[in-house]
Design a protein around this ligand. Structure first.
Ligand code: 6PG
Length: 230
């Protein structure tokens, strides 16, 4: 898997352009754009700018690559961040948003989410839900979604969504697994922090154990959109 690496000093604008182009292509080809949002801080300005893009949101199905085990109005909630930055300003219909219910027992929330994805996958005749575009961030330990180094979710080979206890956070998370991530037509890492460059270099060289390195969508494509931190 040779990823496409795009280095940019216009990170937000280029991210919006990439997402909007994928939306147009998916809606034209299949009548629906299945987009997975990542959490953390990096994507917030991208989502805010995306809310102003000319995208047919009624034809977009939004999922979340992971979620903290908190209520949807908690400051830590990835859903809350996306709702504030994108879903509310863009008037994305609530029925188009599959929220991971972080307020539930983690395993219950994971299984509920898997079921919701399976219902859509069956409508498309897919053995596994296939996102058109799956956005990911990367932490400074090389984690992505909530697949942290040394945690059980990294080794999941069958399920699509699991609960994952993260010792370094002393907290559970709900997360996509690698099989679901790697079933996407396109995966795009959004990283806008030069301090992460050394890890990115190692991951791109392909000789590490970082979770981010195990993202290899086949037969999809993999893109790293790397900003200069501005
Ligand atoms: C989360 C994310 C996580 C995030 C990275 C990068 O829930 O926190 O899914 O994987 O993308 O930790 O976070 P920053 O963008 O804040 O650096």
């Amino acid at each position: 898997m040779t990823p496409e690496v795009i280095r940019t000093s216009s990170f937000v604008a280029d991210a919006v352009k990439l997402i909007a182009a994928e939306a147009q292509a998916a809606i034209t080809a299949r009548g629906l754009f299945r987009l997975s949002l990542c959490g953390g801080n990096t994507p917030r300005p991208v989502y805010a700018a995306l809310s102003e893009a000319p995208i047919l949101w009624s034809k977009v199905l939004i999922t979340f690559g992971d979620e903290r085990c908190v209520p949807p109005d908690d400051a830590q909630s990835n859903y809350r961040m996306a709702r504030e930055a994108l879903l509310d300003p863009a008037l994305v219909p609530a029925s188009n948003v599959l929220r991971m219910r972080g307020e539930l027992d983690p395993e219950e929330a994971a299984r509920e989410y898997e079921q919701r994805l399976a219902e859509v996958a069956s409508e498309f005749g897919e053995p596994r839900f296939a996102h058109d575009l799956l956005l990911l961030g990367m932490g400074d330990d090389g984690h992505t979604a909530s697949l942290f180094p040394g945690t059980p979710a990294l080794e999941e080979t069958r399920r699509n969504v699991v609960a994952n206890f993260v010792p370094k956070l002393n907290a559970h998370r709900i997360t996509f697994t690698l099989p679901l991530i790697n079933a996407a037509r396109r995966v795009c890492f959004l990283v806008n922090d030069p301090k992460k460059e050394p890890i990115i270099t190692e991951v791109l060289r392909g000789d590490t154990e970082y979770p981010a390195e195990r993202v290899a969508p086949a037969p999809g494509t993999l893109t790293w959109l790397l900003g200069d931190g501005k």
